[in-house]
Design a protein around this ligand. Sequence first.
Ligand code: NAD
Ligand code: MG
Length: 388
Amino acid sequence: MIRSLTILGATGSIGRSTADVVLAHRDAFRVEAVVGGRDALALAQMAKRLGAKFAALSDEGGAATLRGALAGSGIESGAGRSAVIEAVDRPSDIVLAAISGTAGLEPTHASLKPGRRIALANKESLVCAGTAFMTDARRIGAEIMPVDSEHNALEHALAAGRNRDVEKAVITASGGPFRTWPREQIARASAKEASAHPVWSMGSKINIDSATLMNKGLELIEAHHLFDLEAERLDVLVHPEAIVHGLVQWGDGAVTAGLALPDMKVPIANALRNRERLFMDLPRLDLAAIGRLTFERADEARFPCLALAKAALRAGGSMPTILNAANEIAVEAYMADQIGFYAISEIVESVCSTFSGSGRVPATVAEALAIDGEARDMARRFIPAKHI
Ligand code: NAD
Ligand code: MG
């Protein structure tokens, strides 16, 4: 059966991998719409490659360029917020949500429709507004399938038993580019060095989050919302080979794990089709050739962002929303060479400890976004003035 698909963040790293999966299975998918941020030409090219019916660019200023690039193709286009909403309102069986950052929350939330599957890569949606998002998904009757490799592995591992029998669900971290670096060297690391991920090829924001291990912290919060597991039953394990992605330890001592070579096309294909399993012409995992897999504990002294995210998860209320917002501002400043590596965690910590009234869980996406905005403003004030 052919499923129709809309891709949010079609020009990004996950979007491009999704296009590869879809083009290898033209008989299984028909692309309804593609959504991109600012790059009109890349979006037009992607829309043509995929034979989409509609292309929406979030940046209003790119409307004419997009229209020009699609002239004669028969593909409709639009730009600005209303065009993005039109894209998600068009009928499609699946929406693959891969806009990066909290910018993805509104369109991903607007994608929730009865009977629709949301293949969710945009973890920030759940970190910023997880309770409201998951409540709305259940009420509307939309299915959420995680694309994030660790959560995709956990989704299947958890299906082997009951939630109440889970002692611990563990997500692995490759450890990022600074896993073996001493603190003094990490302190001087440039954004370019932080972006050189040893295993995964990804977008710029998640690259920095992987270097600070904030990505793993955000993923703990993501797992909490996806699988209804409290902080005490969630853990992180550093595993540089990135072959084991998620493990579930059951009450009887058994462990169920999800393994795959580190290629996002595997969890993407899985999230698009779930248990129907698409055939993927990718290299197979050869454990004998790999020989050994290694594991170690995460070092929260060198990677304080992980400890901050864990604390936010335990604190609950709107603390994860605040943490996520402060992190985005700090990461932007780091990428712009305005602050050093450890200023990211310092800014996040300052905002989390200064923000007052964080006790209540945001009940709606709008409420979460209002808190997100306030936390961003506060974070900007912690960026040294001489650099602004
Ligand atoms: P990316 O930066 O490569 O791509 C982001 C995409 O979002 C681009 O298409 C961009 O044009 C679009 N975009 C940005 N702002 C937008 C806006 N305001 N409106 C509409 N579109 C906008 O990022 P990525 O690495 O593909 O990551 C996307 C999401 O998937 C992130 O939330 C990330 O955490 C998550 N994720 C990524 C990976 C990975 O391997 N790359 C793995 C797991 C999860
Ligand atoms: Mg991940």
